[in-house]
Write a protein that binds this ligand. Structure first.
Ligand SMILES: [Fe+2]
Length: 202
C-alpha cells in the first residue's frame, strides 16, 4: 500500500518548467533557470510515489513522471539498484540530472580526432540534492552509475524532449556506437492532477 504523496510539489515543478520554456528557448537560460527549479524539487523527498522509486534487481529503471504535451520536455526518475550503471550513452538534447536519494557517479567522454572515445575529466560524484547538466553543446556523452554497491539511489532527470522516444546512441569503449531508444520502465504515469481536496478546502 503506497502512502499518499505530495503531488503538488511535482505538479508545481512541471508547471514552473513549462512556464520557463514559454519564456525562453535559449539552452543556457533553460539549464541555469531549470537547475534552480530542480534544486528546489530535490529539497524535499515527500513527492515521489513508491511505484516510481522501485529498483529492478537486474538493471536500472527509468520511470516517466511527466511528458510535456508538446514534447518540449520530460521528467524521469532513474532508480539505481546497488552497483547498477548505464552503458556509455549520449542524449542529443539538453538534460538536467539531480540526485533525490543516495548518490551517483558520472564519467564524461569525448570523441577524439581518431573517432575514439576518451575520458573527459574525472569521474564526478553527485550527492543527494546536487544537479549537473548535459547537452551536445557542453558535453553529451557519459556513463552514470550508482555510487553505492549496497543500496539504491534515485535521480530525477529533466530532458529537452520526450527522452524515451529520442533516437540516440550507446557506445562501446572503442568508440563504435549503435542506435539507442530507451523507452520507459512504466506503463502508467503518476496522477498529479487530482486537486479535489485542495478545491474542497477553498
Ligand atoms: Fe545520461
Amino acid at each position: 500500500m503506497s502512502i499518499k504523496k505530495n503531488t503538488e510539489k511535482l505538479r508545481n515543478f512541471i508547471t514552473a518548467f513549462a512556464k520557463l520554456l514559454e519564456l525562453t528557448s535559449q539552452e543556457t537560460e533553460i539549464l541555469s533557470q531549470g537547475r534552480i527549479l530542480l534544486l528546489d524539487l530535490l529539497k524535499t523527498d515527500d513527492w515521489l510515489a513508491d511505484d516510481f522509486a522501485k529498483p529492478h534487481p537486474e538493471h536500472y529503471s527509468q520511470y516517466l513522471l511527466h511528458a510535456d504535451s508538446l514534447e518540449r520536455f520530460s521528467v524521469v526518475s532513474f532508480v539505481w539498484g546497488p552497483g547498477q550503471q548505464t552503458p556509455i550513452h549520449n542524449h542529443t538534447v539538453w538534460g538536467l540530472v539531480g540526485v533525490l536519494r543516495g548518490a551517483e557517479l558520472s564519467q564524461s567522454y569525448i570523441r577524439n580526432e581518431l573517432g575514439l572515445l576518451q575520458l573527459s575529466g574525472n569521474e564526478v560524484r553527485l550527492e543527494n540534492g546536487e544537479v549537473e547538466s548535459v547537452s551536445p553543446n557542453i558535453g553529451d556523452i557519459h556513463r552514470v552509475k550508482n555510487a553505492f554497491a549496497n543500496q539504491s539511489s534515485i535521480s530525477i532527470h529533466v530532458y529537452g524532449g520526450n527522452i524515451g522516444a529520442v533516437k540516440r546512441s550507446v557506445y562501446n569503449d572503442d568508440g563504435s556506437e549503435k542506435v539507442f531508444i530507451s523507452g520507459y520502465s512504466n506503463q502508467f504515469l503518476p496522477n498529479i492532477w487530482d486537486r479535489s481536496n485542495e478545491i474542497l478546502s477553498l
